[in-house]
Design a protein around this ligand. Structure first.
Ligand SMILES: Nc1ncnc2c1ncn2[C@@H]1O[C@H](COP(=O)(O)OP(=O)(O)OP(=O)(O)O)[C@@H](O)[C@H]1O
Length: 217
């Protein structure tokens, strides 16, 4: 279980969360909805340990996480989190395969050959096999989105964070991603998805909305 309580976050004078609470269980697909600029990406970044918050308590399973503890947080991030970022954060001059393999470079627990096999299987499933050797700058927006999704799964993490993961997908790839998300849920992972895409509601266990600095169901 992943839990944040009494969460308060401000950027300079701008309040984002005030005594907010967020909870997600393993095996759940949880949506994070709400107006643009309301704090959805900020919450994902807090969960990933990329952003600090002013106060609050953060637990994963029985362990309390302290964002100011860089060593604890980077271990947690590397081992537990797959993050599909809104702008994909791919490196244009690297090939699709090199981008997908990036997380495995920072993780000594997975063999390169295992990661590569998983990359090829996922690429095959997402119709990306033909562009694995292409530089990212040469592929389409939808292909970039699928590459970013595959990269987040390469280490098989239990927590998947996704920021608007379906924006660039046509209906065929949208369906593929929905099936994949459902499968990840069946495997017992938790998916936390910030989105405006109401089509995803059909596979969600819970939809949170950010309203008045709180995160409510
Ligand atoms: N590093 C920062 N410094 C100052 N303000 C920030 C920073 N990052 C985000 N903000 C502001 O905080 C608010 C919440 O941003 P956030 O990106 O979390 O919203 P969002 O709900 O994900 O929006 P969108 O749906 O448009 O992606 C916005 O008003 C944004 O401008």
């Amino acid at each position: 279980m992943l839990k944040l309580t009494h969460l308060t976050k401000t950027y300079k004078e701008k309040r984002i969360f005030q005594n907010a609470r967020f909870e997600a269980e393993l095996g759940e697909i949880v949506l994070l909805m709400g107006k643009s600029g309301i704090g959805k990406s900020t919450l994902l970044d807090i969960i990933a340990g990329i952003k600090q918050y002013d106060s609050g308590e953060y637990y994963y399973q029985e362990t309390q996480l302290f964002p100011e503890n860089d060593e604890q947080m980077s271990r947690f991030r590397n081992q537990m989190i797959g993050y599909i970022l809104q702008d994909f954060a791919l490196i244009d001059d690297y090939t699709v395969m090199e981008n997908i393999m990036l997380p495995s470079l920072y993780n000594s627990q997975i063999k390169k050959s295992t990661a590569e096999k998983r990359a090829r299987e996922l690429a095959n499933r997402f119709d990306l096999s033909d562009v694995l050797a292409e530089k990212v700058r040469k592929i389409s927006g939808g292909q970039k989105q699928r590459a970013a999704i595959i990269r987040s799964l390469i280490l098989d993490p239990p927590i998947i964070l996704a920021d608007e993961p379906t924006t660039n997908l046509d209906s065929e790839n949208f369906e593929l991603v929905m099936r994949l998300f459902n499968q990840l849920k069946q495997e017992g992972k938790v998916l936390i998805i910030a989105t405006h895409d109401e089509r995803i509601l059909s596979i969600a266990d819970k939809a949170y909305h950010v309203v008045n600095y709180k995160i409510i169901v």
